[in-house]
Design a protein around this ligand. Structure first.
Ligand code: AG3
Length: 282
């Protein structure tokens, strides 16, 4: 019998994944978790029926959420990841030798499942430079006294446990927890399917931080391919960096290059219009 995973995104749009098999399923205190073997993209982590990571294309998302901010900051040392319990963002951060990572993930079961079934990404979580905190990221940034150079918000979609990670109040707390020259990046979904969300986040970040910019990449396994990241910074401008001055040869990149970094900020007109719409809506 054929096995299919059906992702229902809107009443009129769904994505069907043909699976070889289901490897593991669990109902955690926060969500339905599954590890599956897809026919086309290798093993995948699925949360509440939505594919979060496939081993075959995860490098695009994780290199872009990580290296754009880490090369924008001239000397990032303390990095905070909110979400990201699968470990792939941590794996990328650790390629920068001077970094230490705090990972705040709400659902310990994601961490355990990734360690066990997706070691390609999960094993980074066992590195001695990583401190894992199982807690709600919203609560963490409200309470911690620690300050960070870079904060990465590697969340799932704005439904379920991640909803508050897209709110203005949360970004205000992120601002407080950043050093005076710190910066943050959040994954901000599809510019086609999540226009209002993206416009709202951009609006909020522009009001809280002196500098905010959206960048774009293409992730085959996320809906409609186009995917956005929103960067907000107290000091450094991601367009002012000179990444060619860094030696990238032993970082094993498959997507990131200095030219890709610059190019990602060039936005198609419809994406710029989504951002401008958010501004004029107030
Ligand atoms: N975080 C973003 C997943 C978004 C998937 N959404 C969708 N297909 N509608 C992934 C976390 C990986 N570290």
């Amino acid at each position: 019998m054929e096995l299919w995973l059906v992702e229902q995104h809107t009443p009129g749009y769904r994505v069907n994944w043909k699976l070889k098999r289901t490897i593991y399923t669990e109902k955690t205190p926060y969500q339905e978790l599954a590890i599956v073997e897809t026919v086309d993209f290798g093993r995948a982590l699925v949360l509440d029926g939505i594919v979060q990571v496939t081993l075959d294309d995860e490098f695009i998302y994780h290199e872009m959420i990580t290296h754009v901010p880490l090369f924008t900051h001239p000397n990032p040392k303390d990095v905070l990841v909110i979400g990201g319990g699968d470990g792939a963002t941590v794996r990328e951060i650790l390629k920068h030798p001077q970094t230490n990572v705090d990972l705040v993930e709400i659902d310990e079961r994601v961490i355990n499942a990734s360690r066990q079934y997706l070691p390609e990404i999960g094993k980074a979580l066992d590195d001695p430079r990583v401190r894992i905190v199982v807690d709600d990221g919203i609560k963490y940034v409200k309470q911690t006294d620690k300050k960070y150079d870079v904060i990465l918000i590697d969340s799932s979609d704005p439904i379920g446990p991640a909803t508050g990670l897209f709110s203005r109040e949360f970004y205000q707390d992120v601002y407080r927890v950043l050093n005076d020259d710190g910066l943050m990046v959040a994954q901000t979904e599809s510019p086609l399917f999540n226009k209002e969300l993206l416009a709202g986040v951009y609006q909020n970040l522009s009001e809280i931080f002196p500098l905010s910019r959206v960048y774009l990449t293409c992730i085959p396994t996320y809906i409609a391919g186009f995917w956005t990241f929103s960067l907000a910074s107290k000091k450094y401008d991601p367009l002012q960096l000179n990444p060619s001055s860094k030696d990238l040869s032993d970082m094993a990149f498959r997507y990131y290059t200095p030219a890709v970094h610059q190019a990602a900020f060039v936005l198609p007109r419809f994406v710029q219009e989504v951002l401008d719409g958010g501004k004029s809506a107030r």
